[in-house]
Design a protein around this ligand. Structure first.
Ligand code: ADP
Ligand code: MG
Length: 374
């Protein structure tokens, strides 16, 4: 089991200019021309003559479509889900980089994000499974949808007025973490899914506007799709968890308000816990530290030999420079620094080093400790 980390650079928005683009995708030096790029390049914020490149499993450029991303990264995992494996799909990145666009997407067919496409693929495969077994296997799909805000769990199938401020308790149930009192909704068709999901997203945004700041970008939203395949003698349950993570930007750089600090600490420690789990899984450590935060605990990341895809969303422009470096450091295990010396000098490829060592701008801790203004 490993975590596949892919990067996606969003297109420029109407108010952004081409000349401010600093994040680009590149193929690896040894790649074939038709291969998808695997490197993200960005200048060193401290030294213009240098740039950093970060390696991913794949990099999706500005023009990449929702369908391309889904077909290459998510569609192949659906068969594993039906074979009994769990699946986790994360969208990670700063606020405004395209996480919700990637996961939920727009209204039109072409703009639909990973989540509706995944549900569509699950229903299609359910029908096929039932047909192939002449109705002997029944497939049932149920949903849970909740958010984790400041380490508290709120049910998004419940209207915000009915929420208890302390959130729902979590308990250990034979080694598995469960959220007590979370609603589970059966959902038999894509149409039904769209209604349920849209309503729950209204719940998420209503609670966001009640608070002055954009709460929705400060919480992790987790949709769990439970697929139960049963025959007369067997029952097989697997789960796909789709997570729109809280914005990873460093609030402390811009705002010292107390509520922001509490939010920021909760976000940092849960993203830190997630990074530790991803590292432990990818380096095949025997123990995955999923107990370090509620989010990783509930998702039991790394516990049930599931498949994990992490999509790192990036904005292409200079306005996000430091936060983009910080996200890249979080998500990528290897980094190269290239020093582009003054004209005509050959490009010097300096190093390829793991995150654990520090670089001139702070190395592995950069995502975990706030950057100081430069
Ligand atoms: P986040 O959830 O990370 O805060 P959003 O998904 O809300 O970011 O995206 C920010 C803005 O960028 C939105 O207006 C969204 O429509 C737009 N956007 C993001 N990614 C894309 C994309 N791949 N194609 C077109 N527009 C995008
Ligand atoms: Mg969002």
């Amino acid at each position: 089991m490993s975590v596949r980390v892919v990067a996606r650079i969003r297109p420029l928005l109407k108010n952004e200019h081409d000349k401010d683009t600093i994040v680009t995708a590149e193929p690896a030096a040894d790649a074939n021309t038709q291969d998808r790029p695997t490197l993200v390049r960005i200048p060193n914020p401290k030294k213009d003559a240098e740039s950093f490149s970060f390696q991913f499993s794949s990099v999706y450029e500005q023009e990449a479509t929702q369908q391309e991303l889904f077909d290459a990264e998510i569609a192949p995992t659906v068969k594993h889900l039906f074979n009994g494996f769990d699946l986790s799909i994360f969208a990670h990145g700063c606020t405004g980089t395209g996480k919700t666009h990637t996961m939920r997407g727009g209204k039109s067919m072409a703009e639909r994000g990973v989540i509706p496409r995944l549900l569509s693929a699950i229903y299609r495969r359910s029908k096929k499974t039932e047909k192939d077994t002449s109705g002997e296997t029944k497939v049932e799909v149920t949903l849970e949808y909740f958010e984790i805000y400041c380490d508290r769990v709120y049910d998004l199938f419940e209207s915000p007025d009915k929420r208890t401020p302390a959130g729902l308790p979590i308990r250990d149930n034979h080694g598995k973490t469960v959220v007590v009192g979370l609603r589970e909704k059966p959902c038999a068709t894509l149409k039904e899914f769209e209604q349920i999901y849209d309503q729950a997203n209204v719940n998420r945004s209503t609670s966001a506007t009640k608070k002055l700041n954009a709460h929705s970008s400060r919480s992790h939203a987790i949709l769990c799709v439970k697929v139960t395949q049963s025959t007369e003698s067997t029952i097989r349950v697997s789960r796909a968890s789709c997570i729109d993570l809280a914005g990873s930007e460093d609030n402390r750089r811009t705002d010292n308000n107390k509520e922001r600090m509490v939010e920021s600490n909760a976000i940092n420690s849960s993203l830190f816990a997630l990074a530790n789990c991803v590292d432990a899984i990818n380096s095949k450590k025997p123990r995955i530290p999923y107990r370090e935060s509620k989010m990783t605990r509930i998702l039991s990341l790394g516990q049930n030999s599931g498949l994990t895809v992490m999509i790192l969303n990036l904005a292409p422009t200079r306005a996000y420079h430091l936060d983009t470096i910080s996200s890249l450091n979080f998500a990528s295990r290897t980094k190269k620094i290239e020093i582009c010396e003054i004209e005509n000098d050959p490009i010097l490829r300096t190093m390829a080093k793991p995150l654990a060592t520090s670089s001139s701008i702070g190395g592995s801790n950069i995502a975990r400790q706030p950057l100081r203004p430069l």
